[in-house]
Design a protein around this ligand. Structure first.
Ligand SMILES: *[C@@H]1O[C@H](CO)[C@@H](O)[C@H](O)[C@H]1NC(C)=O
Ligand SMILES: *[C@@H]1O[C@H](CO)[C@@H](O)[C@H](O)[C@H]1NC(C)=O
Length: 275
């Protein structure tokens, strides 16, 4: 009973703090970034290489925002030729609205350059969207690089870790099966009862350039890391560049269940590194 009231208190506090945190965390800051090779600021260079690079990258990121607006939250783009070509991909979480998607990608386009200084391979993860560009054609490739990924878990561990991990695993399995099914656009959402009072909500998604088998490969890499990375934390997510998987004990994905909330409480999240 103590655990339940503690849980309810946590949920209550989180809900009370939410409206402020929500606007800030969903669109303002990325939850993760990857810039390769860092240290060089192409934004400050005036050589013709740097100028061409900036022009191509600026084109790709703004093209991604525009195309995703009409492309249902997904877009690819290309600029330049040969060794100077840059390829881009943008994708929103499949359940967010067009307006939220657009706002998230517009922010990503703006922050891509301030975070990465026009590095060759740049990626930003937000709660609602993901944007990447690179200097080779990565489209259709499964990417589960650990150094270019985001892993975040919530604390404290649930009281009954084995039973909870089983429920979370079941929810994740259902969401994954949905995501890899033909015609799902790579998105899966599922709910699994843990106790009479607590359910686990799971979301799994691949970028839309992946085929169903590639999607399955990516999500299985993510899901296989959950035990080690998430323990029995009440929420956890693993975000790669071509798929992401997450569960929570509250309805975080749209459409929201009654009295739901659709955001991360960033104050309770801890980034973890798993190798
Ligand atoms: C961006 O440029 C600044 C200043 O030149 C530098 O300190 C920083 O390390 C660069 N960041 C990356 C990701 O290259
Ligand atoms: C590039 O040009 C700008 C504006 O002309 C100048 O302020 C800046 O110092 C130049 N950068 C380098 C590295 O020469």
């Amino acid at each position: 009973m103590a655990a339940l009231s503690q849980l309810l208190l946590t949920v209550f506090l989180a809900a009370a703090l939410l409206p402020l945190a929500m606007a800030a965390t969903t669109t303002t800051y990325p939850i993760g970034s990857f810039c390769w090779e860092p240290g060089m600021n192409y934004g400050d260079l005036n050589g013709s290489d740097a100028v061409v690079r900036r022009r191509s990258i600026n084109f790709v990121v703004s093209d991604l925002v525009a195309k995703a607006r009409t492309g249902g939250g997904f877009a690819t783009s290309k600029a330049g030729r040969g060794y100077d070509a840059f390829y881009g991909l943008a994708q929103c979480r499949g359940d967010v609205s067009g307006g939220d998607c657009d706002a998230c990608l517009a922010q990503a386009a703006k922050q891509m350059v301030s975070y990465c200084n026009y590095t060759s391979d740049s990626r930003l993860w937000y709660e609602y969207c993901f944007m990447r560009y690179d200097n080779y054609n990565f489209l259709g490739e499964v990417d589960t690089r650990e150094d270019a990924s985001v892993t975040m878990r919530q604390w404290p561990d649930m009281d009954n870790p084995k039973a909870f991990q089983k429920a979370a695993g079941k929810a994740m399995g259902k969401a994954t099966a949905q995501a890899v099914a033909v015609g799902s656009s790579g998105l899966g959402r599922a709910k699994e009862q843990y106790t009479p009072f607590v359910s686990v909500y799971a979301l799994a998604q691949c970028t839309r350039d992946l085929s169903p088998p590639s999607c399955a490969q990516c999500l299985s890499a993510a899901v296989s890391k959950f035990d080690k990375a998430c323990g029995s934390g009440p929420g956890c997510q693993i975000d790669y560049s071509s798929c992401w998987a997450r569960y929570e004990i509250y309805p975080f994905y749209f459409p929201l269940a009654a009295a739901g909330r659709a955001t991360i409480d960033m104050t309770k999240y801890t980034k973890v590194t798993v190798h």
